[in-house]
Design a protein around this ligand. Structure first.
Ligand code: HEC
Length: 159
């Protein structure tokens, strides 16, 4: 995996050298969740022709309800549907000391972010610092925008 990461970084560096175009390859520790079906879909956000299903693990749901910290390993997934088809997945994942991968001014506690296309490949053009920058305004709510909806979830998805 390390070698793969290094080769990707090298390939990106070569591309920049050859084309002068900065390829902002962003591999990080976030893994696509092994089983989306095991996650709880707790809220839906609609904007125009985009429908977002937002989900997380039952353990994270319970932790938030009890006012406890969200456990390491937790995934949050935003499934972005366009025309009833999955367009992309936005994923946040937390792991012990993952914050140390980044400088303090970029860090979002131990959360890392990733953009996956519908085929679950990583969007290698994305610089996930953008995700962190926007979500850092939610540092008082575990970096989550839908923290309140999660706490209020009673088994019936908000539409
Ligand atoms: C400009 C601000 C902004 C940027 C940039 C952004 N997000 Fe978000 N994110 C939001 C908002 C607002 C929501 C709540 C859902 C909504 O309103 O669409 C959200 C929701 C989420 C959620 C669901 C959990 C939660 O916080 O409620 C995930 C997962 C997520 N974003 C991941 C990402 C990833 C990955 C990226 C980068 C590829 C990213 N976000 C970039 C604003 C942003």
């Amino acid at each position: 995996m390390k070698i793969l990461r290094k080769s990707i970084a090298l390939a990106a560096a070569i591309l920049v050298t050859l084309t002068g175009y900065p390829v902002r390859a962003e591999e990080n520790r976030v893994q696509f969740p092994p089983d989306l079906g095991a996650l709880v879909h707790y809220t839906t956000v609609r904007r125009g022709d985009v429908t977002e299903h937002i989900m997380t693990t039952p353990d994270a749901l319970e932790a938030v309800r009890k006012g406890q910290p969200i456990p390491d390993g937790t995934h949050f997934v935003l499934v972005d549907y366009r025309d009833s088809k999955v367009y992309r997945y936005f994923v946040m994942q937390k792991g012990k000391d993952w914050g140390k991968d980044y400088d303090e001014d970029r860090r979002t506690d131990d959360w890392q972010f990733q953009w996956f296309w519908a085929d679950k490949s990583v969007n290698m053009d994305e610089n996930t610092a953008r995700c962190q920058s926007c979500h850092s305004s939610r540092s008082d709510s575990s970096f989550l925008y839908t923290f309140d909806a999660l706490g209020a979830f009673d088994g019936k998805v908000f539409e």
